[in-house]
Design a protein around this ligand. Structure first.
Ligand code: RM4
Ligand code: MN
Ligand code: MN
Length: 395
């Protein structure tokens, strides 16, 4: 590792923050059941406390994504209490995530529901979320819709698209300043025939139709097998429409596994496309990186620490790609030369440079070991264990 490479890694890590999901600290499971963990967080205070641990050990997670129904049931009125927790635990409120999928009224959709009273309820909920975001100083309202249908012929696909355009425009009209709407897509689940926002093209068109403060959110788990996610990222960057990520890994579908646990090269290639865009344009890509994982088997705080460390390592590897040499190799169509430049960076051991960065910032060199030695898990296990019913979750 040259000192130039180490310097690039340190600058990359200085500029890299990743948001934690409040729901990642709560008991979640699969549709078959939940294995509850005695240390799982139930209250918003516990979620902030756990997030504060991850941030203090990694130095990379200054914000916590909040879920409207599970964390801010009172909407904007919950703002002062939420801000007090934020100050207490040293983590700011992050994106606000509406819940347009759990209430019984959403059985046949939310923004795309044929019943106009349900559509109106969904619009009102997003309006409440925008007000809540403003009350806690969050920039992004991150929209994921479960809308779709299960059987051919049962939904008017074009009509529902129009309803989505209408609903997103109404929501967008409520934004001001630097507030943003992020539009997430997902090919299937819970709908198994058609999903109203099934891919990045639909999300892009809807975000464009909504207005200038809307962007696309890429959840890495929301693609079909073998889809080229970094190409989607490159196109959204070129269109100025990449708003953020939900990071997780997958093997089969939307598995919500730990980032990089199955295919770290995929994550590296995404970071590389972003770094190359910034290198060529001289612009900083304004992207909200968020973890969207819920761990059923792993300890929740440990899994988050592991994820953040993995994200930092893959981001560091992407930072040391020799991009000028790569662009020159591409220009000459030097296939092996260009490919080797990527592979060289990916296979470089960045751990010593990351350790140096952590040491220089007063962070533990190994955050997972530091967490295990801290006694925090034992303390919360004793405090939270044995209190029975698990807290809110989506599974
Ligand atoms: C979806 C999607 C959303 C998340 C819901 C609960 O698959 O990833 O971002 O909020 O799950
Ligand atoms: Mn997601
Ligand atoms: Mn998902």
């Amino acid at each position: 590792m040259t000192s130039d490479q180490a310097g690039r890694i340190h600058r990359a890590l200085d500029g890299f923050a990743i948001e934690l999901p409040s729901w990642g600290f709560a008991n979640t499971g699969t549709r078959f059941g939940k294995f509850v963990q005695p240390a799982a967080a139930s209250t918003l205070e516990e979620k902030f406390s756990d997030a504060g641990q991850v941030h203090s050990l990694t130095g990379a997670c200054p914000t916590l994504a909040l879920h409207a129904a599970w964390d801010l049931p009172g909407g904007a009125a919950d703002g002062p209490a939420t801000l007090a927790l934020s100050r207490k635990f040293g983590v700011r409120p992050g994106s606000i995530n509406p819940n347009l999928f759990e209430a019984q009224c959403y059985k046949f959709g939310s923004f795309g529901n044929p019943d106009e009273t349900v559509r109106a309820a969904a619009h009102a909920h997003v309006a409440d979320c925008i007000a809540a975001a403003r009350a806690v100083g969050s920039r992004d309202v991150s929209l994921w819709f479960a809308d779709g249908s299960n059987y051919p012929g049962t939904a008017n696909i074009r009509q529902r698209r129009d309803w989505f355009v209408d609903g997103l425009r109404r929501s967008h009209a409520l934004l001001s300043g630097d507030e943003r709407l992020l539009v997430e897509y997902k090919p299937f689940e819970p709908a198994f025939y058609h999903t109203d926002i099934a891919d990045w093209g639909m999300a892009l068109l809807l975000a464009r139709a909504a207005g200038p403060r809307a962007r696309v959110l890429v959840d890495t788990g929301h693609h079909y097998q073998s889809q080229n996610i970094e190409q989607i990222v490159a196109w959204l960057l070129a269109e100025g429409m990449l708003g953020g990520f939900h990071f997780n890994d997958r093997r089969y579908a939307d598995d919500d596994l730990t980032l990089g646990s199955i295919d770290p090269y995929q994550v590296f290639r995404i970071f590389h496309e972003i770094a190359l865009y910034e290198h060529e344009t001289g612009a900083r890509a304004d992207i909200a990186f968020t973890i969207d994982q819920s761990h059923n088997l792993k300890g929740k705080i440990e899994a988050m620490i592991q994820t953040v460390a993995m994200a930092q390592a893959l981001h560091a590897k992407a930072a040391i790609v020799d991009r000028d040499a790569l662009l020159a190799a591409q220009k000459k169509s030097d296939v092996i030369g260009a490919e080797t430049l990527l592979q060289d960076a990916f296979s470089t051991d960045v751990r010593p440079a990351i350790a140096e960065w952590r040491r220089a910032r007063g962070l533990p060199v190994d955050p997972l070991i530091a967490f295990r030695a801290s006694g925090y898990l034992e303390r919360i296990t004793a405090e939270r264990g044995g209190r029975g019913a698990p807290g809110g979750s989506y599974a």
